[in-house]
Design a protein around this ligand. Structure first.
Ligand code: ADP
Ligand code: MG
Length: 699
């Protein structure tokens, strides 16, 4: 039977249409007002919404509700309560109050808080985010919420994100007013995250401890063929994968997630899904949900969905492209160059705010994508380099050049000397070329931040981006606010000119994978943080603490807490990886290697018993090679064990993180190199777990 997609789309979402149908008119209006202006919701309104939500949820088979939040674990959290409320006569009613909708009080003591709770209070609160729609999943009504401590410190990723959206809105409105745009009352940032992932067979997954415990393979030799033929990218979908994708789309559509594009990616078994963009906090929630749904749907198809940034060495890892723009409340894209000179000026102001934000806070942007997993990608010539720069394209670069050098820019893109007054150039939307090596690219009417890892929430990078741009807009406002109207255009021109001069060093249209760029970037004074432990201390650098405090995004306490949690997460991740690798090598790989060596030795012995004529040097040579590898691997595993033990005795997290990065990771790489060499000498039936070949080429 043909499915009616418009009918199933959003069928599990308490969206605007449902609200309009279900809520009394005045309640609907009050709720809409709360959503669009971000104001307080009265309890009687909340009660009425709760009743409608409960009825709708029960009609759709829900028995429970949960406040759904994003603690600093990087995952989402939920605790389900049923609607039932026992009556006096052994009966029950199904209840759900406005209070339960608006506020939850989960026991917060086991979520990471970076010491915040120790200093303050053990309780945590979840607060409804009415701007992100509630939905039903597996018989439970999910209510998106923010999560704070008793004393109001953010313990999650959503709270700072919402604060940053408010900050950029406030600053953008101020500057737009100056430019004569009294019609704009607020702006929202929009995000479209492109999500990459791998699919492998569930039975292979279950046979590998590294995948189970760490999400990535710690050992494994490359098969004769990898991704070098580039035959997987955009290749035809295999029927089983196509079925999975089809099912995934449908599940996402039911949840109101506008899944739009799907295709094979560069590495074998690697795929991508992109939705149509949304308001940032909604896009963040939906991306978290997308990742969860990917995993459950994969299971149904006998797959496991791997979201790790680097599941397989030797082929590309997975990232997430964060397409980002700013819209006015009336839906106008402020990063669209527009058609008239006035629209061009407005565009240039916002463009330069983004460019200077990226230049001034490149360290924070780099930090926002830092993780043990993403360290394998950034700077490894498969993902953008660790140096944050901006790709603008030739045309826009020429436009900026003309402003900086007082030249005239004509519509054909030709630059002539300017005659007379300061005139800002008039130009049209550029059909920007793509440059896959750039971490931050302008793509016509939005920026694409490409350094994100596949498994991480997109909340962090967008919090930084919104805040940094808010800061630059506020600086622009300070420069312009006292300029008389008649002189405004000229003042804007001067401001843009100065900003271009100050920040053009961050613009780079060339190939980001080359060594020349690394050298050039250093000359330009750009940051190059190569690893997570390198960049994490920037979170509490003075300029960054000031930025976040000024815009009300994080208090100093919150920043210190996050810094500690990020360091701790990094160390824990590597500790688990180190232990898993030792386990696999000692308990699985070395015994297999020994077994095969023994078989060869036994063959030689039995040959000899049978007849001296059968004896050749071959078995002896083979056994010697294997034995040598055996002892090398054994020694390297011992070194790894010794260094892991050493790490366990350290208590300063930054020192520990550096030790993991410099020593333990190095130990693991050395061990892996020799083990992979040995793996290639083992016959398939002697291998204790599925090989790369089996995992990547038989799906
Ligand atoms: P690519 O060619 O890089 O794969 P697409 O042009 O298909 O990218 O778009 C990628 C993403 O950008 C999609 O999720 C799309 O919805 C999103 N996008 C488009 N316009 C905007 C915007 N104004 N703000 C945020 N995201 C946007
Ligand atoms: Mg893209």
């Amino acid at each position: 039977m043909e499915k009616n997609i418009p009918e199933i789309y959003g069928s599990l979402v308490f969206n605007d249409k449902v609200m309009r149908d279900k809520l009394p008119k005045d309640v609907y209006k009050a709720l809409r007002k709360t959503i669009s202006t971000n104001t307080h919701l009265e309890l009687d309104v909340a009660n009425a919404v709760a009743v409608a939500m409960k009825e709708w949820a029960i009609e759709h088979g829900a028995t429970h509700f949960t406040h759904w939040f994003q603690p600093l674990t990087g995952y989402t959290a939920e605790k389900h309560d049923s609607f039932i409320s026992p009556g006096d006569h052994g009966d029950i009613t199904m209840d759900f109050s406005g209070k339960e909708l608006v506020k939850g009080e989960p026991d917060a003591s086991s979520f990471p808080s970076g010491g915040i709770r120790a200093t303050f209070e053990a309780r945590g609160y979840t607060n409804w985010d009415p701007t992100s729609p509630a939905f039903i999943k597996d018989g439970t009504l999910y209510i998106p919420t923010a999560f704070c401590s008793y004393s109001g410190e953010a313990l999650d990723k959503k709270t700072p994100l919402l604060r940053s959206m408010e900050a950029i809105s406030n600053e953008a409105v101020k500057i737009l007013k100056l430019l004569g745009r009294d019609d704009v009352v607020g702006v929202t940032t929009t995000v479209g995250p492109e999500q990459e992932y791998f699919l492998i067979d569930e039975e292979d997954y279950k046979a590998r401890k590294d995948l189970i415990f760490t999400g990535r393979t710690l050992l494994g030799a490359m098969p004769p063929k990898g991704q070098e033929m580039e035959d997987h990218y955009f290749g035809a979908l295999k029927p089983r994968v196509a079925e999975f994708m089809h099912d995934l789309d449908e599940e996402l559509w039911k949840l109101g997630i506008p899944a739009k594009t799907k295709h094979n990616e560069v590495a074998p078994c690697q795929h991508e899904l992109a939705p149509v963009f949304d308001t940032t906090n909604v896009a963040v929630d939906r991306n978290q949900l997308t990742m969860e749904v990917m995993k459950t749907v994969a299971k149904k198809h006998g797959y496991v969905c791997l979201l790790h940034e680097k599941p397989f060495a030797g082929v590309n890892g997975s990232g997430k492209h964060n397409n980002w723009s700013i819209s006015s409340t009336s839906g106008e894209n402020l990063l669209d160059p527009g058609k008239t000179p006035d629209e061009n000026i407005q565009f240039l102001v916002f463009l330069m705010a983004v460019i200077s934000a990226v230049d001034d806070y490149a360290d924070l942007l780099r930090l926002s994508v830092a993780s043990a997993g993403n360290d394998h990608r950034l700077g490894a010539n498969e993902a953008p380099p660790a140096i944050i720069s901006i790709f603008l394209g030739d045309e826009l670069t020429a436009v900026l050049d003309s402003i900086e050098n007082d030249k005239f820019f004509d519509k054909k893109g030709k630059v002539k000397m300017e005659m007379g007054a300061k005139v800002l150039p008039h130009f049209f939307k550029d059909t920007t070329d793509r440059n896959r090596t750039s971490p931050f690219a302008f793509t016509g009417n939005k920026f694409e931040f490409r350094s994100l890892g596949s498994s991480f929430s997109v909340a962090g990078p967008n919090t930084v981006l919104n805040t940094a741009v808010a800061e630059e807009l506020s600086k622009f406002y300070e420069e312009l606010k006292d300029v008389p109207k008649a002189k405004l255009t000229s003042a804007v021109h001067d401001l843009l000119k100065k900003t271009i001069k100050d920040h053009k060093r961050v613009i780079f249209n060339g190939n980001g994978y080359t060594d020349e760029w690394v050298k050039e970037a250093k000359k330009r004074g750009l940051y190059n943080f190569r690893s997570t432990p390198d960049v994490l201390p920037q979170l509490v650098a003075k300029k960054n603490v000031e930025l976040f405090k000024k815009h009300g995004i994080y208090s100093e306490t919150e920043l210190n807490a996050r810094y500690e949690i990020m360091l701790e997460n990094y160390c824990k991740t590597l500790h688990i990886e180190a232990l898993t690798m030792q386990d696999m090598v000692v308990k699985q790989f070395l015994p297999s290697l020994l077994e095969y060596t023994e078989e060869i030795v036994n063959t030689a012995i039995s040959k000899k018993t049978l007849s001296e004529a059968l004896v050749t040097k071959t078995e002896e040579k083979q056994a010697a090679t294997l034995s040598k590898l055996y002892s090398e691997i054994f020694d390297l595993a011992e070194t790894l064990k010794k260094d892991t033990k050493k790490a366990e005795g350290m208590d300063d997290y930054l020192t520990l993180a550096r030790f993991y990065h410099e020593t333990v990771v190095e130990d693991m790489e050395k061990l892996r190199k020799v083990a992979d060499e040995a793996e290639l000498l083992l016959p398939d039936e002697f291998l204790p777990y599925p090989t790369y070949e089996k995992m990547l080429f038989y799906v």
